[in-house]
Design a protein around this ligand. Structure first.
Ligand SMILES: [Ca+2]
Ligand SMILES: [Ca+2]
Ligand SMILES: [Ca+2]
Length: 334
């Protein structure tokens, strides 16, 4: 309808060319490497030459894809033919929105070739999950006499690219500059693949001010680099909140003691207390545990001793419980 020339009866001899891609929309992941986008030519009686060239959209050359241009040559054939336009996609570690560029087909022989929909849009889907930021704990207890404390910030479920957030303190029953030094829009940054950070809180010296039972909040906002906050923790989608509660020094000590004693109770069951570290190695090496008893050892005792020696030596590496009140033993056993 638009062209008078196409009505001259040569139309049926035209080569019909189109992108063999649904809706001329090709989608790939950023890490795909090279895309191969199919171009189809219906049966044609003469050689058909198509040129192609990439064109920038929101995805820019070099940073997102390598610009490409070239020719596809289809010989005469009674069958459909498919060839591929290849474009290299550039991968990186940064979180990005979806981006798009285009590949245009053209012909130098518009009389002999008809291209249906010359442009194919290529959408690059980012594959870099920047993860989620949150405080390690929703509530942190701090001894009233503490001068400072480190509050842990975690990045989980992904660690691609640089991300950051802002952290500010918020008064509650505890007041800034009186009970704690305020934190104002402190920027917490994570490099790519970095997953842990911390914020130092400082508490001013106070003579007889009573902080016990008072609390304030740290609020994390403004996530960048595509990271988000977990929905199911305090603060929801838009923020992440940690509540700092002052407890009495006695209460704090009692909490630590309780944790320690429950650990020691567990250890009592398996301890070989009273011996020195050297004794443990000697006992492990002798059949039946000592020089005297080894003389009495029978065949079966020796077989059992040899079979269990590696295990005995491993256990001997765990220090006896009377060193450092059992703490070494606990870590050694882990
Ligand atoms: Ca990219
Ligand atoms: Ca990537
Ligand atoms: Ca990326």
């Amino acid at each position: 309808m638009t062209s008078g020339k196409s009505g001259r009866g040569t139309g049926s001899k035209k080569a019909h060319v189109f992108w063999d891609v649904s809706g001329n929309q090709f989608v790939c992941l950023e890490c795909v490497g090279t895309i191969e986008v199919p171009v189809k030519v219906l049966p044609t009686v003469k050689k058909t030459v198509i040129t192609y060239e990439t064109r920038e959209g929101t995805a820019k050359e070099v940073s997102e894809y390598k610009p490409a241009a070239g020719k596809l040559e289809f010989p005469p054939s009674t069958k459909e033919q498919v060839q591929f336009v290849k474009v290299d996609i550039v991968d990186d570690d940064e979180y990005e929105d979806e981006m798009e560029f285009f590949i245009d087909l053209a012909t130098e022989d518009p009389e002999g070739v008809e291209i249906f929909g010359p442009t194919c849009a290529v959408t690059i889907i980012d594959d870099d999950d920047p993860g989620m930021l949150s405080f390690k704990e929703e509530q942190v207890n701090v001894a009233e006499s503490a001068k400072e404390v480190e509050i842990a910030v975690l990045r989980r479920k992904g660690a691609s690219g640089k991300v950051s957030c802002k952290v500010s303190s918020e008064d509650s029953t505890a007041k800034e500059n009186v009970d704690f030094e305020p934190v104002e829009e402190l920027e917490v940054e994570f490099d790519s693949q970095e997953v842990d950070a911390s914020i130092k809180l400082v508490f001013p010296e106070s003579d007889k001010r009573n902080r016990v039972g008072k609390e304030f909040r740290l609020v994390m906002t403004d996530p960048t680099g595509g990271c988000s906050f977990p929905k199911d923790t305090d603060g929801g989608d838009d923020s992440n909140i940690c509540t700092i509660v002052f407890v009495s020094d006695e209460e704090n000590k009692a909490l630590i003691k309780k944790a320690h004693s429950s650990l020691m109770d567990t250890w009592e069951v398996v301890k070989a207390g009273g011996s020195t570290w050297g004794d443990q190695f000697v006992a492990a090496l002798y059949c039946n545990g000592s020089k005297e008893e080894q003389k009495e050892a029978g065949k079966l005792d020796w077989i059992l001793h040899i079979l269990s020696l590696p295990w005995k030596l491993f256990c001997a590496c765990i220090p006896p419980t009377n060193y450092a009140n059992g703490w070494f033993t606990f870590y050694g056993a882990l």
